[in-house]
Design a protein around this ligand. Structure first.
Ligand SMILES: N[C@@H](CCOP(=O)(O)O)C(=O)O
Length: 462
């Protein structure tokens, strides 16, 4: 399989070079040259596979023979052996039509572990095999950072620097990142928002000379490996329901910030998974919900919410979706992204908007509704939702029709966001791994948001 850029200025490249490139060198995002198409027979054959077996099949389609199957199997098995649940991403029925897929059974209690345990092991494999230098630079609104650090801490040949917005992540998220004292980890707390952190890393990756000189690698969802790994659980959820006798198409409701997770669902649908609606749930930072409902992509004013991981204005993976929306025409995408840079917005015509709405439904969840949903599900169903999952569940409640089956993606464990949970006077017991964080010293440097200052830190660290 080869990978091409959404902006068309990069020669088709193999899987390993694509993951090492991260952001495409022309500033676009890498996508597979062709999306594999699955027959209904293949779907039937996959229906009873374990999570690990399924991941191996899906990764093989996108990696081809670049990694021998036995090596790939070991990477997959090692990556998911760290999960606390034997199903890796179990699906639980909560009420009639609503199921929750728990994606938080990995080491840092968030869905990011599903891809970042794998990517961490993959980087280590590539570093040993090809003698590649792996200097990771990432931005986080809380979950990606902890998960990426956990995926590579202490690993030979790898260094990681994570930028997070100072005091705009939850206490547990901050502790998960900053209590790590391995010498290959650097945490920079940036005075600004997640969008500032993401803009900085994208600008540094776009500085191709700097990127190559310092061997910068990405762990955010700009890296195509993240998307591919997240595609697996859409299939797995569908198969778990099919094994219980649900043969109809399924809706997925996805708490959305950077558009990576829901894009993975979109990719699964394009591969042939019978998905009905993709429900896009935002918090009050609702640029994506406005896009789906009105056809205008324009950042609004930043709002701090109870779901800080989704406090994002400019969604990284939106460009990948635009590429498919516009028939894989990289010329149009390059023009639209240039327009976004100069004018600050993209408006799509009515016929294109109709195509968007045939795939996505969207709802923007207000702060109070998020908390109300947490209370309601706790009282009625004895199920404690984290505030991001609560946004997904609130959107599903709003947008699913009677008789439909919806899987809401539960993206994090509630213990990561007690700031929101305690507002509703709900007392939760922390898992022991989270409780232990409160007694540890923290290691982080607070920095301003200039590219030069970050570059300076990186040069010293790498
Ligand atoms: N919500 C994310 C933001 C970064 O998104 P990513 O999927 O591109 O890594 C976070 O928790 O850091």
């Amino acid at each position: 399989m080869k990978y091409i850029s959404t902006r068309g200025q990069v020669s088709p490249t193999g899987f390993i070079d694509a993951i090492l490139m991260g952001l495409a060198d022309d500033g676009g995002l890498l996508v597979p040259e062709q999306i594999p198409q699955l027959s209904s027979d293949t779907l039937k054959q996959w229906q009873r596979l374990s999570y690990q077996e399924l991941a191996l099949e899906i990764f093989s389609l996108y990696i081809g023979d670049e990694i021998p199957r036995a090596d790939l199997k070991k990477l997959v098995d090692d990556s998911y052996a760290t999960f606390r649940h034997e199903d890796v991403t179990p699906v639980r029925r909560v009420n009639n039509g609503l199921h929750v897929m728990e994606l938080f059974h990995g080491p840092t209690f968030a869905f990011k572990d599903v891809a970042l345990q794998f990517l961490g092991n993959l980087y280590s494999y590539v570093s040993k095999k090809n003698n590649s230098i792996i200097h990771i630079l990432g931005a986080t609104s809380g979950d990606t950072g902890a998960s990426a650090i956990e995926g590579v801490r202490g690993k030979q040949g790898i260094r990681i620097c994570i930028l997070h917005p100072h005091q705009k992540v939850s206490k547990v998220q901050e502790l998960q990142m900053t209590t790590v004292n391995d010498s290959n980890v650097l945490n920079l707390a940036v005075e600004g928002t997640f969008d500032d952190c993401q803009r900085i890393i994208k600008e540094l990756f776009a500085d191709v000379e700097f990127k190559h000189q310092y061997h910068l690698r990405a762990i955010n969802s700009i890296n195509i490996a993240r998307i591919l790994a997240q595609t697996v659980y859409y299939f797995y959820a569908y198969f778990q329901l099919a094994n219980q006798g649900h043969t109809e198409k399924v809706n997925f409701s996805v708490p959305t910030g950077n558009f990576g997770d829901i894009f993975a669902g979109f990719l699964a649908q394009k591969m042939g998974l019978p998905i009905n609606k993709l429900i896009l749930a935002t918090n009050e930072n609702n640029i994506l919900a406005r896009f789906v409902n009105e056809g205008v992509y324009q950042p609004g004013e930043f709002k701090g919410t109870y779901s800080p991981s989704m406090d994002i204005q400019v969604a990284s993976n939106f460009e990948r979706y635009l590429f498919y929306l516009y028939g894989e025409d990289s010329g149009i995408i390059a023009t639209l992204m240039e327009q976004f840079k100069t004018e600050g917005s993209i408006t799509i015509p009515g016929d294109v908007l109709q195509r968007v709405q045939s795939t996505f439904s969207a709802y923007s969840v207000e702060n109070e509704t998020c908390l109300d949903t947490i209370s309601e599900y706790y009282e009625k169903y004895d199920y404690l939702l984290d505030p991001h999952t609560a946004c997904g569940v609130a959107a599903a409640d709003k947008l699913m029709a009677d008789g439909e089956i919806t899987v809401a993606l539960s993206t994090a464990h509630p213990a990561k966001f007690n700031e929101a949970i305690e507002l509703r006077k709900i007392e939760q017991t922390y898992p022991k791994q989270i409780q232990a964080l409160f007694n540890k010293p923290q290691f982080q440097r607070v920095v301003g948001g200039s590219n030069e200052e970050i570059k300076d830190q990186l040069v010293k660290f790498f």
